[in-house]
Design a protein around this ligand. Structure first.
Ligand SMILES: [Zn+2]
Length: 387
């Protein structure tokens, strides 16, 4: 299947979360059959177009029942089981509230037609939200598309909304603070599932990158529901996308404590951009153009001596700013900022890595149009959200 490369359980890489069963069993998305895996393919294609990212990374989860759903063809069931075994698909007894746990903990955008009305109290950022949810739709030409959606505000909330908003804001901030600190702690460790052959948290040679479940003080395997064993610290990573003319051409990771040289063809190893960009851009990019480093919270950029220099772009709704980066200066990238190597070529940190980062200026930096540089908008966190 060509589209399975878009499925990932890597919490450092995923930018969207999708409930696979929900899509596959949705007749409104076209097709004759009650359950049809082509609907998933269609939604992933639509998402790739929406994000202008052919390899858009999607955290896919499903109810266990889908793996044995007799309305799917045997080949489709085989695909699902293979993705599960390969650690590309998270399988759990019930998926409905898991999608929101993932969105909440990782700052992922949710692809779903569901209004999640039962969860508005638990996740006060949902009602009225404008930038975290996308709805899959059937387009007039028979293809599937995705549309940004505004989440409804339940009627009972509107009655005494002003009063409620204050209370909910308070509740939301407090809750989120505790919750995210716990998730952050969980993501900073390696976990092992006692269940033999667990595809999510199985063996040392395949490190579990999925998000453990949290139930009260326990850290659980989402699939098996049993407590996970702590196998030591894990170094955090940040994902950076290579964007050429507004389209994502490639991506790479920067691990805490391992600076990465990025350029046309870095001599001592690093990320060679040559394969991803065209000649015009290649000519103006130095062999070693910048060094990116990550301290576990913030990504920084350094341009020692590139021939044509580097700029930092900051996107604010309706107001982009670009400033030159002086040679030799280590510049921490704030949320919404990207590294401009050439007017057509940018290094764009994935938004969701910064979910735990406090932004002093604005908690709602994000695109208004869902366009080329659409990044999930992060919620602002208290300053003290550090373990
Ligand atoms: Zn397990």
């Amino acid at each position: 299947m060509p589209f399975e490369r878009r499925l990932t359980l890597d919490t450092s890489a995923a930018e969207y979360v999708i409930d696979v069963a929900n899509v596959v069993r949705e007749p409104a998305l076209g097709g004759e059959r009650a359950a049809d895996l082509n609907r998933l393919a269609g939604v992933l294609d639509a998402l790739a177009g929406f994000a202008r990212d052919p390899s858009v990374q999607v955290y896919a989860i499903t109810d266990r029942s889908l793996l044995t759903d007799g309305r799917l063809t045997p080949a489709e069931r085989q695909d699902l089981n293979r993705w599960y075994a390969d650690g590309r698909l998270e399988v759990l007894p019930r998926a409905d509230d898991r999608i929101l746990e993932l969105a909440d903990a990782l700052g992922l955008r949710v692809v779903s037609a569901d209004n999640f009305l039962d969860f508005h109290r638990a996740y006060p950022w949902i009602p009225g939200n404008r930038d975290r949810f996308l709805r899959p739709v059937l387009l007039p030409d028979g293809r599937i598309g995705v549309r940004p959606r505004i989440m409804p505000v339940p009627e009972e909330w509107q009655v005494s909304r002003k009063e409620e908003e204050g209370l909910l804001l308070q509740a939301g901030v407090v809750r989120r603070w505790e919750h995210s600190a716990a998730h952050r702690a969980a993501l900073g460790r390696e976990w092992r599932c006692p269940e033999p052959g667990c595809p999510l948290f199985g063996s040392a040679d395949r490190p579990g990158t999925a998000l453990p479940r949290r139930r009260k003080e326990q850290v659980l395997c989402p699939t098996h529901g049993v407590p996970l064993a702590d196998a030591g610290p894990r170094r955090p990573r940040a994902q950076v996308k290579v964007v050429m003319d507004g389209t994502v051409r490639g991506r790479f990771m920067v691990t805490e404590g391992e600076p990465v040289t990025v350029g046309r063809a870095p001599a001592g190893g690093g990320v060679a951009l040559g394969a991803w960009i065209d000649d015009t851009a290649v000519d103006s990019v130095s062999r070693s153009h910048v060094v990116l480093s990550y301290d576990g919270r913030t990504l920084s950029v350094l341009d020692e001596r590139s021939a044509n220099g580097t700029r930092v772009r900051r996107r604010l709704p309706g107001n982009d700013t670009v400033e030159p980066l002086p040679h030799g200066v280590v510049r921490a990238l704030r949320r919404g900022e990207s590294v401009v190597l050439h007017e057509r070529l940018e290094l764009l940190p994935s938004g969701r890595q910064f979910v735990f980062e406090e932004d002093p200026t604005d908690g709602t930096v994000g695109p208004q149009d869902g366009g080329a540089h659409a990044e999930p908008t992060m919620m602002r966190l208290p300053l003290h959200d550090i373990d």
